[in-house]
Design a binder for this molecule. Structure first.
Ligand SMILES: [Zn+2]
Ligand SMILES: [Zn+2]
Length: 93
């Protein structure tokens, strides 16, 4: 079988995507972590935080920096979905 690679971040099969790769699946809902809204609900973001995530201008400055760090931690705890792997059945909300 030919090895496959994520067309966006080039992660190999079974390898976690780069953070915020748009091809990564959210382990919480099976959607796209960048747009599924879990980051807002799971981290309990306020309006300011939600806006920062939507605009996503610069994750080296607050508040986005700590939001991304917390989200990353939540993903790691839950277990990231590597490339080539579909989220487990029942993962959909
Ligand atoms: Zn990727
Ligand atoms: Zn999600």
């Amino acid at each position: 079988m030919q090895p496959r690679y994520c067309p966006e971040c080039e992660a190999g099969e079974g390898v976690p995507h780069e953070p915020f790769c748009s091809k990564e699946r959210c382990p919480f809902c099976g959607g796209q972590p960048a747009s599924c809204g879990c980051i807002v609900t799971l981290l309990g973001l306020n309006d300011e935080g939600r806006q920062a995530v939507e605009e996503y201008e610069d994750d080296s400055v607050e508040p986005l920096r700590s939001i991304v760090a917390r989200w990353d931690e939540a993903l790691e705890r839950k277990g990231r979905v590597p490339f080539g792997v579909e989220p487990a059945e029942g993962a959909h909300a």
